[in-house]
Each structure stands twice: as C-alpha cells, then as structure tokens.
Design a binder for this molecule. Sequence first.
Ligand SMILES: C[S@@+](CC[C@H](N)C(=O)[O-])C[C@H]1O[C@@H](n2cnc3c(N)ncnc32)[C@H](O)[C@@H]1O
Length: 449
Amino acid sequence: MIEPSSSPQDAFQAGTPAQKRALSYSNTIHQLFISVMNEKLPADRIVGEYFRINKKHGSKDRRVIRESLFALFRWWGWLKKVHTSEQQDATWFACLSLVAELEAHKWPQFSEAWREFANQSAEFSLSQASQILTSVSDRCEYLNQQFSHLSFNDAELLPEWFWTVSQVNDADKQAVIEAMCSRPPIWGRAQTLTQEQLIASLASKDIVAIASEFFDDAVSLGHKSINLNAIDAYQRGELEIQDLGSQVIGQICAPKADEQWWDTCSGAGGKTLQLRSLMLRQDSSASGEIVSSDIRRKPLEELLKRAKRAGFNGITTAPWKSDDLPVKASSFDGVLVDAPCSCTGTWRRNPDMRWLDEASVVTDKHALQLDILTRSAKAVKSQGQLVYATCSLSPIENEQVVNAFLAENSEFELQTLTHPFTGEQTQLLTIWPHEADTDGMFVAKMKKR
Ligand SMILES: C[S@@+](CC[C@H](N)C(=O)[O-])C[C@H]1O[C@@H](n2cnc3c(N)ncnc32)[C@H](O)[C@@H]1O
C-alpha cells in the first residue's frame, strides 16, 4: 500500500503551470520511491499497482513518473549522497533535476522547475549540463562539478557487495558499470516464422525490429515500451519476448528435433518455448518432447497458454512438489536446470533491486542450487546432457555450484562451449551485459558418461 508522502506545496512556491505540474509529479515519484525502499518490493510491481489504481495519469504523465523513478534507482549510488532525508526537501528536488540531466530526459520544463525548487535553498546552485552526457565518466564529472563538498566515483553506482561477490576483471570493470547503468533493448525471438518474416510482419505495423547478428531467430525491438497485446505477431505466438542473453541458454542446449528434454525450473516457460521452437526449426513435425516442471503451479499454467498461442505440441508439464523426481529417472537426452538465483544479471532492467537486496541474496541459494542440480541430474540418461544456468553474475551461484556438483558426480564431465558473442572457448560461460547489450547470464553444459 502506498502511503501519501508529505506535500511539498507549502515549502516551495509554484507559480507557473509547469512548476505546479512538476510539484505534482514530484509528489507521486516520492510516494513511489519511498514505497519501494520501505516495502522492499520491486519498483515494477509498485508502479504497476499504482497506475492500475490511479487511472487519472495519461501516457505522458506515466512516462515522466516511471522514467524519473527508474532513473533515481539507476543513479542512486551517487544520489544517496545528495538526498539523505526521507522528505521532499531541496535535496529531493536536486535529485529529480539531476536524473533528468543524467538521462537527458525530454521534459526540460519540469527538470527546470525541479532545479528552481532545489536552488530556492541556499544549499544549492545547480546548473544545467552544458551538453548531453553520454558516458558514466561524463556524468560523474558533471556531478563532481555540481557539488564541491561531495565526491563521486563510477564504481559506487553498484553496491559495494556486488564487487565482492562478482569478481569482475579490472579490464572489464568500466564496461560493466556502463552496461549496468543503461537499459538493454527489448529482445524478441521469432517463433513459427523466420526472422525475416517476423521483421516484415512487425514493419507492417510500424514496429521496427532489427535482426540479431548472433542468432538467426533473434530480433531487437529497441528501447520504446511496447503494448504487446496490440501486436498480432505476439497474439499469434510468432513473437516471444526473451532477452538475448537468456536465448544463449537454449542455443547452448541445442536440442535435436527428436530428443526428450526436461526443463526442471521452467517458470512460465521462456526457455521451454525456445527449446521447442529450436526443435521445430529443424523439422516442422519434430518428434521431440519437453517436460516442464516448477515448484510453483501458476507459472506452469501460463506456460501452457503460451505454448497454445504458438500452436506448439510436444510440451507437457509435471509440477515438482516434493524431493522425488516428477519424471522418470535416467530417461532424458537433455535436462535444463535454470536455477532460482539472485538475478544480479537482470539489474539493468530492474535497477531498484541493487539497492533492495543484500549480499545474502547471492550467498544464501548455493545449497538449494546444488540440491536442485543434483536431483535433476538423476533424470539424465547415459550420454545425455545436463545444462546448468542462472541469471547471476556471481561465481558463488555459478562456478562454485557446478564444481561442487562435479566433485560428487564423477559420471558427469564439462563440455567446452563457444561464447556466442566473443568466440571465446570455455567450459564455464558467463555472458556479461556489455558484450552484446543483454542481461547477464551463466551457463555450463555437462555430459553423462
Ligand atoms: C530463473 S527462474 C526460471 C525462469 C524460466 N526458466 C524462464 O526461462 O522463464 C527459476 C524458477 O525456479 C523455480 N524454483 C524455485 N525453487 C524450485 C525448486 N526447489 N524446484 C523446482 N523449481 C524451483 C522458481 O519457481 C522459478 O520459476
């Protein structure tokens, strides 16, 4: 539930219509910001619920509110030094004006109004950025110029614990920061159509899609938010939304058209659908099958709806309710374990999570991940494949889980993989967000001897 925050109207004089509107936006953004921070719930969820209840906001209002809020989280590692209270005070307005500058938002009348409110306090004399800021370093320099009594550096845009649990090479650190402070495009995957057919179909509805250079079924849909339900190709299951990093997992699984696969942690089936699509691309009457399991029932229902939308047969669900295998042991050509994890690799899309979570989110799932992997491995048949994946960027959830598993299960051996974006050969593959403008992922593939 969102509590109304204290109104700034009394303290700050709004004369012009733009200033009045800027105050009203500030009020809403502040309510949402406090609500996310205090309730520790994802901003996406809080904002979605707020707009569902408050229908008064038009599409422009929603854009200003949403983008300002997400930008606050993206740059919070710096802004928390500026705004140290929970009030809508001058420091709050300074932050609103700063994020509009940092992300070159296209509402100068509101960012100007926020700057004027901030500058009503003797504490500030903020000025507009003299040019569009494109890199994190440019932005850092701008902030350092604005505040002589504070100092800012790039690494603090991610929580300190992230650097401890992630082991980023020094050479990659700046690129990782840049990626983590920008948004990836919306990535889609062509299902039941070729990439070219999908691009043409979307173009006929004025939606620009660009073919990925890496996979022949992947497309980038750019950065603008899309109403999927208004897109025929989506309604017909010809297009699925799936991050390109996530698509790497299905490509590494590389299921053959006649194979039996078990997706043990399928959720709502992003990867199940990809596996089936990859089978059908080889043979339109592929005899292969996929069994999808999850501890939660609801996502499995959603998965079946998505499969129906695409007209896919060959997918069944088997809820996983106890320690016992929900499928037959030693019977699958391939088993995919897309394990529950900290999701640090998805922080580009959910910048709030880096400030809501703590290091324990990375360290506390190792035993569960190892347990799910160990139990899932029992379903792999001789010469079959076992694929372990997460959307975490930490070796604790990735390499350490795989190594602990291999230490106890000598019948499995790691396969060498080719990194699809860099061409590097490796057995333990981390997809870093900066390599191809994606979420971060990890994958390892093992063969049962
Ligand atoms: C990373 S998500 C899966 C995402 C999904 N594969 C996709 O591509 O959309 C991890 C899933 O593991 C499930 N899960 C958590 N604990 C589990 C367990 N003990 N057994 C099976 N599934 C579990 C969660 O419900 C969640 O849906």
